[in-house]
Design a protein around this ligand. Sequence first.
Ligand code: SF4
Length: 449
Amino acid sequence: MKKLLIRTWGCQMNVYDSARMAEVLAPLGFAPTERAEEADMVILNTCHIREKATEKLFSELGRLRAVKEARAAAGQGMVLAVAGCVAQAEGEEIAARAPYVDIVFGPQTIHRLPEMVARASRAAGLVLETDFPEESKFDHLPEARAPQGVTAFLTVQEGCDKFCAFCVVPYTRGAETSRPAAAVLAEARALVAAGAREIALLGQNVNAYHGEGAGSLARLIAMLAEIPGLARIRYTTSHPRDMSDDLIAAHRDIPQLMPVLHLPVQSGSDRVLAAMNRGHSAADYLRLVEKLRAARPDIAITSDFIVGHPGEEEADHEATLRLVREVGFAGAYSFKYSPRPGTPAARLPRQVPEEVKEARLAELQALLSAQQLAFNRARIGQSFPVLVTGPGRHPGQIAGRSPWLQAVHARADAPPGAILTMTAIAATANSLTCILQDASTRPPERDAA
Ligand code: SF4
């Protein structure tokens, strides 16, 4: 058996792509390893969202160069490959700065890996595959899915047509495409057959999904909910402009659809939202939240924020804090604006000084953390179904997840995939402590969700 090491940075779609790469290479005799020293092939699956990510890649490549040379000295080969969004955006730069890399390929060509490996082992010189191929990679990936555990990721939509001023995704992942519903349903059944009880549907703009045979994400979710054994469905990442009424209604009507929604807003200032080319106002966002809470009052809303977008004034920052206070988020990711090569915002005047970004980020994160803790504390005394994901840190303890995606730990004895009714007795910002509501471990029936 040959050994394959895949390192993954960035979003869940990269996690999904890495899992598919391993499945594509398994028939060639590649088995996973965590040690570069014994790897016949190393793939670095990269993220291009922030400056730091690219620099991390080059320092990792520097380390792997030494391992590759040591293996060569011992008469052992190593194919070194760079994948993902940095490969897509900066393939030539990688070739120039790291000529010892064998393969550079983008997210849309992972199905061509066997052929790329063959070419790399045959001929000297870089194998570079960063075009957007005619064929969809999904039509050429293995149907059978390797077990992913209790929760599996399933990409249903890729690319983005929104062109937010700060973002590289439209350039690295291409235009929005949606997979046909039949292909998604087939893969979901394969994942459930491989042990998944919960499926997280992925897309850069997943709620823009309009795949053949379903036409909308709400319709696709309703079709997936018919799959026996699939207890929980989630989806990420959504754009406010694509939050349709039927999707909001799905949160009310489909019990398998979990009451959690990741809905990035980025800023609470209309001036900054316009500069970001987000295509909606703060008031639009608040109206959406109101509609969502009318449909599903306990829904957990999480978000993304960027502080220090070019031109952002103190008053804009205050507007963001006001919006955060008004919504009350269950969680959020927040970052300092990072200029990305080739994006319109990187060329904008009035870039915000680093120290101002840091101060604003600290203030925002303090508010968001307090809200996350308050959201978790509000669960204390409540009973709800918990999906067991595996053993806890301590003997006799299980780890699991609430319907609101909170980490749960409790004293119980149940297999991964079981769904138990539990009561929360304590909460921190990152997890809930629960007790079994009743002794009997209920079988993982569908309506147990
Ligand atoms: S919607 Fe998201 S992925 Fe698309 S350009 Fe904007 S930030 Fe990037």
